[in-house]
Design a protein around this ligand. Structure first.
Ligand code: SF4
Length: 368
């Protein structure tokens, strides 16, 4: 089948096979723009002219991490220079700051501290809920859930139940990276394997705890690996409907061990960024939302990716040492007014949302 026919069939409702998605992901030349245009049509059909964002605050807990993934410039071993571990007082000070800024979501970002236990995570959730009542505490990846469950000798379901009882709102769909174990062995060998990640996500969704789904790409995996990952996410979504959105995270390479050792490329190219978003939009016919991570791709690329199937700008963030430490510039905060400028330039409408995509008010006027 020629590419134009495949794209028009897909816009009309054909469910792409993994083989077809791989073909699209590998396209070079101007056909990449035709794929982006088809994805943009599907986006319009699914969510109209809305581009959403959430007023949120990242909250760094510790940069001490047992995993030391090769693609990460943030996690450090215990005792390394520049390490920190914030206690209750500092966590609550930052959470209160978030509440004063009117955030609806607080998103702790943390290394997986080797000393953490189930109680460390439930305490963190309840400290934040106490200091910022009413916010969605969007926290804990399947990796963190499985790590502390194994340490305590309890089931991952029990950990999820205890987190929910402490006030967890939604689960972070992070630590997915690429859900292909051969790739994980290279980029994050100490993290949980693919089967564990998928099991914990299914358990959470089955309990009514929704989550994001992430993909961290551009660290040397193949187009086939990216599609395998998307196919696993699509399968889970068919079963549970529990993913709120796909969050594509392009590899920020500069200050990471893998890149410095010559074992990873200098991140994804612009073509790969464009096609990841576009093919994800076309392939994930059971996801409503595809996000652009402005802190990783930069504000100009955001415009292009919003024309290639994306419909969400993620959060205002206020702090993101994970991207900054890996070498991303200007990753810490995006003013909704700056988002509105990008969005209105495309003839679209910026709308604030909650973590689970309930729509809130319209944003401030474009300052330009
Ligand atoms: S990606 Fe997460 S788990 Fe891996 S080293 Fe960085 S902070 Fe630790």
């Amino acid at each position: 089948m020629d590419l134009r026919t495949l794209l028009s069939d897909t816009v009309a409702g054909h469910r792409l096979t993994p083989g077809e998605a791989r073909r699209l992901m590998e396209v070079t030349g101007r056909e990449a723009l035709a794929i982006a245009a088809a994805a943009d049509e599907v986006r319009e059909e699914r969510v109209g002219d809305r581009v959403t964002y959430v007023r949120n605050q990242n909250l760094h807990v510790t940069n001490i991490c047992k995993n030391l993934c090769g693609f990460c410039g943030f996690g450090r071993p215990p005792g390394a220079p520049g390490t920190y571990l914030h206690g209750k007082e500092e966590i609550q000070r930052r959470a209160r700051l978030g509440a004063e800024r009117g955030v609806t979501e607080i998103c702790p970002l943390s290394g997986v501290h080797p000393g953490f236990s189930v109680e460390s995570y439930t305490d963190l959730v309840s400290w934040i809920r106490e200091a910022a009542p009413g916010v969605d505490v969007h926290f804990c990846s399947p990796e963190e859930v499985s790590f502390v469950a194994e340490k305590a000798g309890v089931s991952t379901r029990e950990v999820l139940e205890r987190l929910r009882a402490a006030g967890l709102g939604t689960l972070q769909g992070t630590a997915a990276e690429i859900l292909v174990d051969e790739v994980r062995q290279v980029i994050c060998p100490r993290k949980c394997d693919t089967a564990t990640w998928l099991r914990v996500i299914r358990e959470a969704h089955g309990m009514g705890i929704r989550s994001t789904a992430t993909i961290m790409y551009g660290a040397g995996e193949s187009a086939a690996d990216r599609v395998t990952h998307l196919d696993l996410l699509r399968g889970v979504q068919d079963e549970t409907g529990g993913f709120t959105e796909l969050v594509p995270l392009t590899y920020v390479h500069r200050n990471t061990p893998l890149y410095r050792a010559g074992k990873a490329p200098a991140g994804a190219t612009g073509r790969e960024d464009l096609l990841l978003i576009a093919v994800a939009r076309l392939f994930l016919d059971n996801f409503d939302h595809v996000q652009v991570s402005w802190g990783k791709v930069g504000p100009k690329m955001v415009s292009l990716l919003l024309l290639a199937g994306a419909d969400d700008l993620g959060g205002t963030m206020f702090e993101d040492e994970v991207s900054v430490d890996a070498g991303a510039e200007d990753a810490a905060f995006m003013d909704p007014a700056a988002m509105a400028r990008i969005v209105s330039d495309l003839g679209r409408r910026l709308v604030r949302r909650t973590t689970s995509y309930s729509l809130l008010d319209d944003p401030p006027a474009d300052p330009a």
